[in-house]
Design a protein around this ligand. Sequence first.
Ligand code: PMP
Length: 380
Amino acid sequence: LLLIQQLHHELIVVPSRRNKKSSKDLTLLSPRTRGIESQIGNTPLIEIKSLSKITGCKIYAKLELANPGGSAKDRVALAIIRHNEQMGNLTPYHGDIIFEGTSGSTGISFAILANALGYTAHICLPDDTSPEKLSLLRALGAELEPVKPASIVDPNQYTNAARKGSDRINNDPEDPRHAIFADQFENDYNWRIHYETTGPEIWQQMDENVDVFINGSGTGGTIAGVGKYLHEQNSQVKIILADPQGSGLANRVNYGVMYDTVEKEGTRRRHQVDTLVEGIGLNRLTWNFKQAEPYLHEAIRVSDDQALKMAKYLCINDGLFWGSSAAINCVAAIQTALKYGPGQRIVVVACDSGARHLSKFWKQASDIPNDITINDILEN
Ligand code: PMP
């Protein structure tokens, strides 16, 4: 990687210390070879045969875990970087820094793309982030800033810490570097890249014939972008939110009230979602989720117990070793198949692999017996 970076460096004309406010010459970005970033997107779509067989529907998964950084977040990270390059906010090999607050896949995508494209990734994350994610981010050479887990209203929460870090660099006249705060929850380029790429890919791979699309919401970017695109192709497509226990989004979608349950429990201000599932579920509204709302047909609540059993079921019956959010989507898929009857063509997203969840979710899923059945899953 170092050698490649040096090669890049020789190819790119590097101006001396620059005025932070000046816009960059885009020709500086052109002499790049096609690196790992060229492999983002165009992910495969597979059929989940066991679920199709048992339901009489056709259930497919968009394998976002096949992206080079292991998740759908590669698309978003690349879109945010490219946009900022075009705006003159990032120039490769100037020491420019990408700040993001994340405990998950987005940090990994930014760390990989920062290395590939000549930036530094600075990731603010809660200090209880799972050991395998921390080790991966360390291996990738990202700057890590662990902070105490806190509500989004706390100025030291990881998203706020990332914003502050970026401001600190940009407001320092002595520091020649420029920083961006990626802000995946509120960034418009998040849902837009799914609208421009993931949605059209699914539509084509399904031969323009989709009845239902199901996904959870972390930032909401995937379900918003794909949901809007599919809805525009055929307004009959049902866009369904799969929501983990502890998240307020399902209530918001089904009853128009987000905080009712959590408020009663006195936890409204905590904002954190109490579930084993990582990457999805929220107790606040984000810009990206709001973009999904006009297209959402309904939400399905899934318990951790159901998700654990489904993860094991897919692993044993289909050889699919997936993360917790993919398992949630599949529980919602069989419930949808039962509700709307056989013959439906249902697409879910498999956002990441089980390998990212070994120490938490899969530690428990591993104990589930191999002969787990769909009835066992539906009973909970
Ligand atoms: N699954 C996993 C494992 C994730 O990390 C995320 C993103 N946090 C999602 C699903 C949901 O994606 P989005 O942010 O687009 O809603």
